[in-house]
Structures are given as structure tokens and as C-alpha cells.
Design a protein around this ligand. Sequence first.
Ligand SMILES: [Zn+2]
Length: 131
Amino acid sequence: MKIARETLQFILEVCKSSAPHEFAGMLSASGDVITEVIVVPGTESSDESAVMQLFMLPNIHTIGSVHSHPSGNMTPSGVDLELFDKKGVVHIIAGAPFDLKSWRCYDKDGIPVKLEVVDYEFKDENDILFE
Ligand SMILES: [Zn+2]
């Protein structure tokens, strides 16, 4: 599994701007490259948690989740591990200070996995949608 550099940068930026609140979203991929972050409507965010209302999830295929830990501790909590197990196969936790080194990726069991950052050429699908 890989992630597009722009998508990762976007994630780190929103995590940073959400701090001290947590940011949470779902990930979607094109092939084996994570290219999109879906912010779940109704996500309640505080400085302790971001509770995603998964039933609000738009009807699109997601492969995992992303959320921030403004504390900077990038270890998944017990609640995180429960979510990882339920929804998707790749789970990113970004921790303060939200730079390119302050994030980790885990599999559904909470085992750290390597996520390769790649340059990905985005096709502007919105152009077609709104023609
Ligand atoms: Zn967490």
C-alpha cells in the first residue's frame, strides 16, 4: 500500500489546523495508492477524541482511516484498535507537530506497517462531474 504525497500533505495540514482538536477521516484509494481523505459528516471532535459516526459514511469504498493525536503520541489507543479492526486495512495516526515524520501507519491489528509515499498524478475527475 502507498499514499500520494499530496494526500499525505493534506492530511498533515488538516490535522495541524484542527489541533488542539483531533481530526478524523476515512481513506480511499485508487488502485494501491491512497489518494483521498473523506471527512465523515457529524464527526464530533474534542481535544480528547474524534468520534466518527460511521453510519454517516458516504456510500463509497474506503480502505482505512486517519486521525490525529495532538498529544504527539502516535500509539493507537484501545478505542483506536477497536475501530481499526472494524473498518479498513490501513490506519494512519498523525501526531504533533504534524510534519512528514510525525505519522505512523498501522494494519487492522494495530501492527505498524510501512506506507510508501509516492508521487501520484491526480486526474481532475471533478472537471467531468461538473461539466
Ligand atoms: Zn487515537
